[in-house]
Each structure stands twice: as C-alpha cells, then as structure tokens.
Design a binder for this molecule. Structure first.
Ligand SMILES: Cc1cc2nc3c(=O)[nH]c(=O)nc-3n(C[C@H](O)[C@H](O)[C@H](O)COP(=O)(O)OP(=O)(O)OC[C@H]3O[C@@H](n4cnc5c(N)ncnc54)[C@H](O)[C@@H]3O)c2cc1C
Length: 581
C-alpha cells in the first residue's frame, strides 16, 4: 500500500504487542536458554576452535531449542513466532554460531516447511526427530545457482514404477550440512507440458543423509561463523521415496519462497540482539573512556553514533515483531514485503552498528579477545562480531536481491493494470480498451494522491508531525514511482538504482510507521514515557533525513555515467585506472 500512496494506519495500529499469555509461555524457555548461554557457552572459545562442544548441542536439544515452533503433539515446544524471534534475539546477542545452527535448522531446515506444507504422515515421521535434536538443513544453492535458481543442475528422475525419484547433483554451502540427519533438497524434476510448451519444474524433497549415495564432500570455512557446520553435499543416485516430496511435484519454488519469507524474520531478530550488545558495549566505553578532557561519548561525532544505534534497534524490532505477530495470527500470512524489508534494513543497519561499535572502541575494537585478555583488558569481542555479521547481507536473500524483490512487489499493482497496454506483441486494437481503462483508473488514483491528507489519527503531539509526514510522503513516493513508469515504460524494471532508492524510501516509511505505532501503543498502555518519545522523535528525524536524501538522489545522481563507466571496465575497454601508481 505504501508504494501506491495508501497509508493504512489502521492496519498497523494499535501495534500488535505480545500478549501477556504468549509472553509467559515463552519466558520459561527463554530464561532457561539465557542462563545456559551465559553460564555454559563460551562464544569466543567456539570461535577459536571452530567447533560447538557436543554437550552444548545436547543441552540445547534437551531444553527443546531444536523444536521451538514445532507443535507439542509432535514433541516440540509449540511456541509462537514472536517467542521464536525473541529466542533469536537472545542467541544473536550471545553467539552467532549457535544462532546460525538453530536458525538454519528450524527457520529454513526441515521443521518449517514441514509445519507449513507437510502431510500428516510426513509430520509424524520427521517432526519428533527434528524437535528432539536431529539436526536439519536446507539445500538450494549450487555452484552456478546463487541468487537465481533457474539454472539448477541437481535433478531427480522418477523410477520406472513411479514410487520414488533418483537424485543426482551437488549442493554448495549447506549450513548444518556436515551434522544434519535430514535435509530439504531442491531439485529439478521432469518438465511439465503447459500449453504445448515444456515448463521447468523444481521439487522439494526431504532427504536423509544416512541414505546410500549422500556424501559430505567438504566442510566450508569462512571469515566469520567459524563453527558453522557448512558443507558441499553430493547426491549420487540417491533413491528418495515419492512420499518425501514436500507440497507436490513442481512446487519446490513455492516451498522455498514461503519458507524463506518466515525464515527471513529470524535474521533481523538476531541482528537486533547483536545490535543491542553493541550498543551496550559502546555506551559503556563511550562513558568511561576519556580523551581530550572528557568522555568520548560527549564528543558529538561519537554521541551521534550512539543515538543512531538506539533508534535503529527500536526500528529493527518494530519491523520484525510486527511481521512475527502477523504470522502468529495466521501461519500462512503473506508477509513477503514486511519480511524482506525487515531482513534488508535490519542486516544493513546491524552491519553499520557493529562497524560503529568498532570505531567507538578504537584500536581495542580491532583487537582480538585473546590479545585483549593477555594484556589484562576486558575481552570485548567486537572483532568477532564484525567477522560473524558480514554474511548477513549476503545470505537468505542478498541486499541487492531484496531490493529487486521489493521493487517487483512495488511495481506489481501497476504492471497488472499496465501490462496489456505496454505489451507491444498485442495488436493495437487489443491495447486500446485496456489503455482507456488504465487511463481512467490512473486519473482517479492520481487525483486522490494530490488531495490533502486530512487531520489524521490522534497521536502524541510530538509524534503527530512524523505521522503526517509518513502519510504525505507515501503519496509522494507513489507519484514518483508513477512518473518513473511513464518515463521508462517497461524498461523501468531494469533501473535497479532508481528502484532501489524508491524501495529504500518505502522501507524507511514502513519503519517509521511501525515504530510510531509501537511507541504510541506503549504510551497508551502507560508502559513508556518521555524517554521513548525522545527516541522515536529522533528515529523519525533520522528516517526523514534519509528519505529526503533519497528523493534528492532520485533527481540528481551519477547512475548513468556510473553504468557507462562500469560497462567499459567490464568489457576491458576503459583502462584509466593505472595498473601501477
Ligand atoms: C555462510 C553461508 C551459509 C549459507 N547457507 C546456505 C544454506 O544453508 N542453504 C543454501 O541453499 N544456501 C546457503 N548459502 C548460500 C547463500 O544463500 C548464497 O550465497 C546467496 O544466495 C548468494 O548467492 P551467491 O553467493 O552465489 O551470489 P550470486 O548470486 O552469484 O551473487 C553475487 C553478487 O551479485 C549480486 N546479484 C546477483 N544477482 C543480481 C541481480 N539480478 N541484480 C543485482 N545484483 C545481483 C548478489 O546480490 C551478490 O552481491 C550460504 C552461503 C554462505 C556464504
């Protein structure tokens, strides 16, 4: 709606705060998890050795951490998405390796697609196993298949009697792969004929790693997440029973997309945890470290970093928990846009926060914990945080792909109206009626975008101007998108930088809206006061500055000359960058 100029305050206000009952259900588990992490898990040791001690995994399994959302009927804790996100925040604040282990297992591994799409028989067979601690994984990526699954090579052919499929291929970077007992594997299955043309099919299978033909070829190692059990897995003539297909033959992409939508909420929740930890470290250091006669936090450049951290954390949580509560109301809720925005913005903001925490800690931020400890200083692991967090803008949908995805969603309502008009393959006669219909529709729509927004909902006077701004600006965003469509026509889809900026503006408006709603709801309930008002006022001012910068860059930018230069560089024509100084 934001991209169409429809700012629906009623849809996000009052903010869906977690109910006391749901919170109580999560608290017992979260307290146990928190005590265990702080008393028994040494994240620096896990980072140093590259291994998670087996007794840590066993204890996590005992407390139900592998089946947080799995219904009790299948041996899980049956907690809500909101409580699951709270657990991710806690894990993210303590140990990224554990967060990745548990998240790959149940955000994208076997439990999530089984809960969503599994048959009763599949659920009975696998959910109790994975809830008890049998580790699972998700295998989509291949050497030539990164962000774009179209060229998938792993394939599965039906056996002569049709009772099974024979799986062949190799998957790359499968998190938990070296330890998993069960994996969701995406594979091509024979094409289907649709209107006389073959249509590629991708199917999701539950594959057990103990079956003949499954081989762990290599454990991948990375810059951070040193204890990630990430594998290259080869499948050689693996016989997979037909009943292990998820949702249906050819429905694999739907399984992957829907699973990833909800799965994507875990990452911003974990990022919020890490960001909170960084703020805590930065605040302590900025008030105790004195340079030039005063604590460094009093110098405006450092003070600004602290303020940005605090506001970003509130925004991250508001976006992630608003979407989580939607899932709690309806497991199959369409949270495509909300999850993508939360993932894109949350992972980028977290990266910035860690970078700034390192800056605030100065040389100590760059120093390893071992070295700090050896010198008798507090072993603050900002260096580890930075290494561990870098991957967040790459996996589970890279930032570039999230922008593309959101841009397509933003354009979708327009394309539905304009597609027949712009389709040059259709004869002119067939385009006239849709053109007239589109013209009429757009005339009314555009006029409405120009009307005054009216008095607006009643909120705290400090927040009111921000809410008015958000309503007004969503119309401005819709107009700008529309003008861009008129200017670029069907080629607009290829204008990645232009669309990326508009997507960023839309995301800023969304984070303003969810944060305003959350703040107002907390104020109404008497659970917050002036401190929160100060924070959200600042959050909105910062977001508005970014939005205005975005609109400015929409009008004046270096996109074209940058693209031209890049083309020259890619083709090897331009060699102005000297090889030698
Ligand atoms: C530590 C780690 C864990 C992982 N875990 C798993 C897992 O459990 N299961 C699994 O299946 N996969 C996993 N992956 C794979 C991960 O999801 C991919 O790395 C990711 O999808 C990107 O694919 P790629 O690295 O091949 O990059 P590519 O797709 O080759 O992209 C390279 C760069 O180009 C950009 N790009 C690509 N297409 C476009 C476009 N159309 N427009 C603009 N920019 C574009 C990308 O954003 C990226 O910046 C993992 C990867 C890592 C490193």
């Amino acid at each position: 709606g934001l991209f169409m100029g429809r700012f629906d305050w009623g849809a996000i206000h009052p903010f869906p705060l977690q109910s006391t009952e749901d919170r109580d259900q999560g608290d017992a588990f979260l307290e146990r998890l928190s005590t265990f992490l702080h008393e028994k898990v040494d994240p620096d040791e896990i980072d140093r050795t590259g291994e998670i001690p087996p007794d840590v995994i066993e204890e996590l399994a005992r407390m139900g951490a592998f089946g947080i959302k799995v219904p009790p009927a299948y041996g899980g804790l049956g907690l809500s998405q909101t409580n699951y996100c709270r657990a991710a925040t806690l894990l993210g604040s303590w140990c990224a390796n554990l967060a990745a282990l548990l998240s790959a297992h149940q955000s994208i591994g076997v439990p999530q697609p089984l809960i969503l799409f599994g048959t009763e028989e599949q659920k009975r067979r696998y959910l109790p196993r994975v809830a008890k601690g049998e580790i699972s994984a998700f295998a989509l990526t291949e050497s030539s298949v990164g962000s774009d699954p179209a060229k998938m090579e792993t394939h599965a052919e039906p056996t002569a009697d049709g009772s099974a499929f024979v799986l062949n291929g190799e998957k790359l970077w499968c998190t938990n792969g070296t330890k998993a007992g069960v994996i969701v594997v995406m594979a091509r299955t024979p094409s289907m004929m649709v209107n006389g043309r073959p249509r590629n099919q991708i199917t999701a299978f539950v594959v057990e790693t103990g079956w003949p033909g499954v081989e762990i070829v290599h454990r991948c190692r990375f810059m951070g997440l040193k204890a990630l059990y990430n594998a290259v897995i080869r499948f050689k003539d693996v016989r997979v029973p037909r009943e292990n297909i998820l949702l249906g033959e050819g429905k694999g992409l739907r399984v992957a997309l829907v699973t990833l939508n909800t799965g994507r909420l875990t990452l911003p929740a974990a990022c919020a945890g890490l960001a909170k930890r960084c703020l805590d470290i930065s605040r302590r250091w900025a008030s105790s470290r004195e340079q030039w006669g005063q604590p460094i936090g009093r110098h405006a450049a450092i003070a600004d970093k602290l303020a940005r951290m605090a506001t970003a954390i509130f925004a991250m949580e508001s976006m992630a928990f608003a979407a989580a509560s939607q899932v709690d109301r309806d497991k199959k809720a369409d949270i495509r846009i909300e999850a993508a925005m939360a993932k894109m913005w949350g992972s980028e903001a977290a990266w910035e926060i860690i970078n700034e925490a390192m800056q605030i800690r100065g040389g100590r931020g760059y120093e390893t914990v071992e070295s700090l400890r050896a010198r008798g200083e507090e072993p603050v692991p900002v260096e580890r945080f930075l290494r561990d967090a870098r991957i967040n803008t790459i996996f589970e949908g890279s930032s570039e792909i999230m922008r593309l995805f959101l841009a397509r969603e933003a354009l979708d309502p327009h394309l539905k109206v304009a597609a027949p008009v712009l389709d040059s393959r259709l004869p002119l006669g067939k385009r006239i009626v849709p053109a007239l219909q589109a013209g009429l529709l757009y005339a009314g729509w555009y006029l409405r975008l120009l009307l005054p927004t009216g008095p607006g909902p009643r909120v705290n006077p400090l927040l009111r101007p921000h809410l008015k701004y958000a309503r007004r600006t969503s119309r401005r965003l819709a107009r700008t998108l529309f003008h861009s469509m008129l200017r670029h026509g069907p080629k607009l889809e290829r204008q990645q930088l232009l669309l990326g900026r508009l997507v960023e503006i839309g995301t800023e408006l969304w984070l303003m809206s969810t944060s305003l709603s959350r703040a107002q709801t907390l104020l109404d309930r008497g659970e917050a006061g002036d401190d929160l008002l100060t924070l959200v006022d600042c959050l909105c001012h910062q977001a508005r500055t970014r939005i205005e910068t975005g609109f400015l860059a929409h009008r004046r930018n270096a996109d074209r000359c940058g693209y031209r230069l890049s083309r020259g560089l890619l083709g090897g024509r331009i060699k102005t960058v000297p090889d030698r100084a």
